[in-house]
Design a protein around this ligand. Structure first.
Ligand SMILES: [Zn+2]
Length: 188
């Protein structure tokens, strides 16, 4: 897995208009893990693409009436089958974190990369999602040296009053094991 010109080579590209310039384009120093499913807890269809491209049909599902006017995005989505979408190049600011604070810094979108896992806070993630996430994070850590294993957080860590994702079923220990084990014995 490689990153070239701020694009991940193993991701399919779907350009979201919901992005803009980072205040400091050289400051990419935090990874934020989220989850999303549309409709909630359903894992079929292209509704996430449509939401991030401002193309979600509000009459397709009652829940979509509440959210179709949101202007949101993430850099990456890892679906249940491990396939990866990229919506925003990493040097641009995606709109995933909202009001947020990491250590003493607010507006985490300015300096973070947002990764969505297709899922829900009350459901387990798939094995392939963990493996793909570890692969993605390793590629990002290699490419953006201000990132580190310690600077990977959940959305709930930076917006604890508002957000609960990726939720209690996200196994941080397992994720870090995968991240570390492959870091010391790299694979082709
Ligand atoms: Zn989130």
């Amino acid at each position: 897995m490689m990153i070239r010109d701020h694009y991940l080579n193993s991701a399919s590209q779907v350009a979201s208009p919901n992005c803009d310039d980072r205040p400091d384009p050289d400051d990419i120093s935090l990874l934020v893990i989220h989850c999303i499913s549309l409709p909630p807890e359903q894992f079929e269809g292209e509704y996430i693409d449509q939401l991030f491209c401002n193309d979600l049909n509000p009459s397709a599902h009652p829940y979509f009436q509440e959210i179709h006017q949101l202007r949101v995005s993430a850099h990456l989505l890892i679906r249940r089958d491990g396939s990866i979408r990229q919506y925003v190049p990493f040097n641009r600011r995606a709109w995933h974190a909202g009001v947020s604070k990491y250590q003493d810094r607010e507006r985490c979108n300015d300096f973070s990369i947002g990764i969505e896992l297709e899922g829900a806070i009350n459901l387990a993630y798939t094995d392939i999602q963990y493996r793909r996430l570890a692969d993605v994070c390793r590629a990002l850590l290699t490419n953006y040296p201000q990132l580190s294993n310690q600077r990977i957080v959940g959305h709930s860590d930076i917006a604890p009053d508002r957000k609960t994702d990726p939720g209690p079923f996200f196994d941080w220990h397992h994720f870090h094991e995968l991240l570390d084990s492959d870091a010391v014995s790299p694979r082709a």
